[in-house]
Design a binder for this molecule. Structure first.
Ligand code: SF4
Length: 412
């Protein structure tokens, strides 16, 4: 969205590392490593482009404006609720100290400025519908950076989705910090996906990630309905398969709740693809706790995992917990779990051979077109035609490495 605002204002976008008159460093603080990387990118841009206007935006700008100002050379520091106003501040005369704008996020419905008449779109697009989180998991810094949970105005979302579809977007990915919290004037996530499903032309609609505790199971019937835009794909963070660790993390569910929900999803939605985030090395995690996580993953219908090692932030509650797990142990557990994730993925992929999947083609390498199926599997076909941003029904014939290969039965 920012990119589009800047193009509309006459800027040309160049990749990071090329000389530029304006630098925008969009920062993250979700882990200590992400924060370190954010600082590194700011320093690198300042060093390589000493005369440029430099804007630091996002979560690090929200939480560490003083540290950014102390670096010297940064012109704009815009927190999360101010970053979309960037273009309003670009023509201001430059000053010794940066302009800092990081209003505390208010707990109220918000709108987002978007360009309704941008250039044609030929790729999947993100659509933000919610921000912030009230859950306060003991390890998580996000509520500090993003504030309390709030939803985007329903009409504003539908208007932007309509514009995106008219510009050619075939797939819309709904994003937010805690999507299941979405609520505006009594309308919730299921109402929103219904409204997006009614757009013409109908896009494919995907939910980026959703917490088990506020996942409306009424979504399952929509995912199972081929006429509905919502695809059969879920990403449900697990974090741990041990109830002791989940409790210490302040995650409001048990391992049994998680398995039961995934079981209901798999039973209700044929072919559904389900993935999860899992954390290893949380303080106090014993070998037995870790084994419980491995066992849950093996038993579940999960087909892919994003494995994270616990990363300590000074501000969060888990910092006070004892029995820190040595980095080597966390690293070992991470490798074991990644391996289990690979095995789960392979089994799920093999199960697809002989099936027909609906694929939206994205990229081409040589004569191989790749895209994602509705259930988020990556699929390749051979074709000399330009398939970019087109749907095809693909018969899956083979698995090579982690990629499914097939032949096109029909194109839409
Ligand atoms: S639900 Fe997610 S965003 Fe919210 S506090 Fe927990 S981990 Fe952080």
């Amino acid at each position: 969205m920012l990119e589009e605002q800047l193009r509309a204002a006459g800027y040309e976008i160049v990749p990071f590392g090329q000389p530029a008159e304006l630098g925008i460093i969009h920062t993250c603080v979700v882990t200590r490593e992400a924060e370190t990387k954010s600082r590194k990118y700011i320093h690198r841009f300042l060093r390589q482009n000493p005369g440029a206007v430099t804007a630091v935006i996002g979560c690090y700008a929200q939480t560490a404006a003083e540290a950014i100002a102390a670096m010297g050379g940064v012109d704009l520091v815009l927190g999360n609720d101010a970053k979309m106003l960037l273009s309003d501040y670009l023509d201001l005369p430059r000053q010794d100290a940066p302009v800092v704008l990081r209003p505390r996020p208010e707990r109220k419905t918000f709108t987002i400025r978007f360009e309704p008449d941008g250039p044609p779109l030929r790729q999947r697009v993100n659509l933000k519908i919610q921000d912030g989180c009230d859950t306060m998991c003991s390890y998580c810094y996000i509520p500090f950076a993003r504030g309390r949970s709030r939803s985007r105005d329903f009409g504003d979302i539908v208007n932007e989705a309509t514009a995106l579809v008219h510009r050619g977007a075939k797939e819309i990915v709904l994003t937010g910090v805690n999507l299941g919290d979405f609520e505006q004037d009594g309308r919730r996530l299921a109402d929103l996906v219904d409204a997006l499903s009614a757009l013409a032309p109908q896009p494919r609609v995907r939910i980026s990630s959703i917490e088990l505790t506020n996942l409306p199971e009424t979504l399952f019937e929509r995912m199972a309905d081929p006429a509905h835009a919502l695809v059969p794909h879920l990403h449900v963070p697990l974090q741990s398969g041990s109830d002791t660790v989940l409790q210490a993390m302040r995650r409001p569910y048990t391992a049994a709740d998680y398995l039961a929900l995934l079981g209901r999803a798999a039973a209700a939605v044929p072919g559904i693809g389900i993935g999860a985030d899992v954390m290893v090395g949380f303080p106090g995690e014993t070998d037995a706790d870790f084994e419980a996580t491995c066992a849950l993953v093996r038993e579940s219908p999960l087909f892919y995992l994003h494995v994270f090692q616990y990363s300590e932030r000074p501000e969060v509650a888990s910092v006070r917990l004892e029995d820190k797990v040595p980095v080597e142990t966390a690293g070992f557990r991470s490798e074991v779990l990644i391996q289990i994730g690979e095995e789960k993925k392979r089994a799920f992929l093999e199960h697809q051979i002989g099936k027909t999947l609906r694929v939206l083609f994205e990229d081409c390498e040589g004569e191989h077109w790749r895209g994602h199926a509705d259930n988020y599997l990556e699929v390749a076909v051979e074709s000399r035609e330009d398939l970019r941003n087109r749907f095809g029904r693909v018969r899956i014939n083979a698995l090579q490495g982690r990629l499914l290969f097939g032949t096109i039965e029909t194109m839409e």
